[in-house]
Ligand binder design. Sequence first.
Ligand code: AMP
Length: 404
Amino acid sequence: MTKFKNIDSLGALEGKRVLLRADLNVPMKTEEDGTRVVTDDTRIQSVTPTIKALSEKGARVIVISHFGRPQGQRDMDLSLEPLGQPLANTTKLPVSYIDDCIGDEVVEVIDAMEDGAVLLLENVRFYKQETKNDPEFSAALSRNADVFVNDAFSCCHRAHASTVGVAELLPSAAGLALEKELVALEGALGSPERPVAALVGGAKVSTKLDVLTNLVEKVDHLIIGGGMANTFLAAQGVDVGASLCEHDLAETAKGIMNNAVAHDCVLHLPSDVVVAKEFAANAENRTTGTNDVQPDEMILDVGAISATSLAAELESCKTLIWNGPMGAFEIAPFDAATVALAVKAGELTESGSLVSVAGGGDTVAALNHAGVADKFSHISTAGGAFLEWMEGKKLPGVEVLLAE
Ligand code: AMP
């Protein structure tokens, strides 16, 4: 099991200045009077236990985050100031704010903080040095603190000053949410209970090529659904009609299928599909074998026979990793296979026979749609970082927290 440093490894924190990297890049909307309000506080909720734990230990908690893409400019439409109150609401602690993240004034304010207090710094991407992992900027950030805690898994695939640079300069650790995430991911792909199934769906093979390439070498069952299954079917000579399909990736798909055989990975493609002539809710549709798709028809979901047999396959598995929907789940009735498999995975997890880990924006939306998100063992809201983890890449923000 990979060992990384956690908050306990930092020792006593009373009176210590803790720089806490959060991901406060949350969805917001601007009201008519110009106020910016949070529309989804999942990421604020996620960092809340760490802020509370650090504060209870008597640390001075200095929260740092990026917001949007200000391109190294001070852009008050991307200020973190409006995040102070939501943070205060979830932590039930007073949260003060300062309009910068480095410099003498920031250091003075931090020096005057009481133990247990929480301070929110301004958007770290107002400095272009942040995304360049500039050593001088990292040094300036590290002047704010005695120790560094990263609780933003969603930012760990980027080697930036506030994720990697500062961690190289200060004693560092993973926060509670990051620790939970890393333990769950390690359990799913690092040293999982077998058999392991990966369910990969979504629109295109091209965006998940590295994911598929990595998974065929690691998992026992690779279930491919969504638009990307069409590319694999077409590579096998199936006429997919007007379906979304990347015909130019036929050779790549064949390579993945051959690699699966070489690694004893059973690759599952649908044998029946739901087809329609238009991509619209409640479009007239029919379920048919993959050998009977007409030129003007699009495959929009995995058929019921395949979904049932895949659900039965999950019963024999101990671990499931899921990214991407099985069909065009946003429009009924093409959500059926996604919902059926999500419900099955939720039931098996609840009964204790399956460890289920899912991640990625659309996947979280699909599992919420199926009403089973809370039944999964772990759901990652990180997009890019979760995919890079599925690709088998080392995440620089995590590597820097590994115990020697
Ligand atoms: P991704 O972001 O790659 O996970 O793709 C998610 C999107 O793939 C969703 O918006 C789905 O509607 C879409 N999708 C899934 N299956 C299909 C399909 N068979 N045809 C077209 N789009 C699909």
